[in-house]
Design a protein around this ligand. Structure first.
Ligand code: CU
Length: 168
């Protein structure tokens, strides 16, 4: 095989062979240097983002920053939680995972487990209503939508506040 011998014996052949060896060594080396296998991506922290099924209540209307006229149309939204009218008669226990809307005017969300007062500035919607027309004087107002159970007690996380301006 004169061709092979010529290649090996010529300086050009040695150079080619040398480059080939370096290339192979480099590839092997590169493979060895690749980072060790990582464990599967860490699961996201439980508190990073609420799951899609998180219950919430919110104003469908009015939206944050809205300029509205009185009477103001309020529309209440609820997701991943069951809206229910308060049972007739004397209620001594609240049914789990059921609630009704309450609107507070110019007041913040109450902390969880508090009985929502049956007085100003709160309006109870014990019938399970999801809308109302509210008379409000002109000017800026804070509206709070808060869910309460059959005993009208607040439920953790089920509250939203929007700031609106009533114009004449
Ligand atoms: Cu209530």
């Amino acid at each position: 095989m004169p061709l092979t011998r010529d290649l090996v014996t010529s300086w050009r052949g040695w150079l080619t062979l040398g480059l080939l060896v370096i290339a192979v060594a480099g590839a092997a080396c590169g493979g060895a240097e690749s980072p060790p296998a990582q464990p599967a991506a860490e699961p996201p922290a439980a508190t990073a983002t609420p799951p899609a099924s998180s219950p919430r209540v919110y104003f469908v209307e009015p939206v944050e920053g809205a300029m509205v006229k009185s009477p103001v149309k309020l529309v209440f939204g609820i997701e991943n939680f069951q809206l229910a009218a308060v049972p007739q008669g004397t209620v001594t226990e609240s049914r789990p995972n059921l609630g009704h809307h309450h609107v507070g005017v110019d007041i913040d969300c109450l902390p969880p487990g508090i009985e929502i007062p049956k007085a100003n500035p709160w309006v109870h919607h014990g019938s399970g209503a999801t809308t109302m027309d509210m008379q409000l004087p002109p000017g800026p107002h804070k509206l709070t939508l808060q869910l309460g159970d059959d005993l009208h007690k607040t439920i953790d996380g089920l509250c939203q506040t929007v700031n609106i301006t009533v114009v004449q």
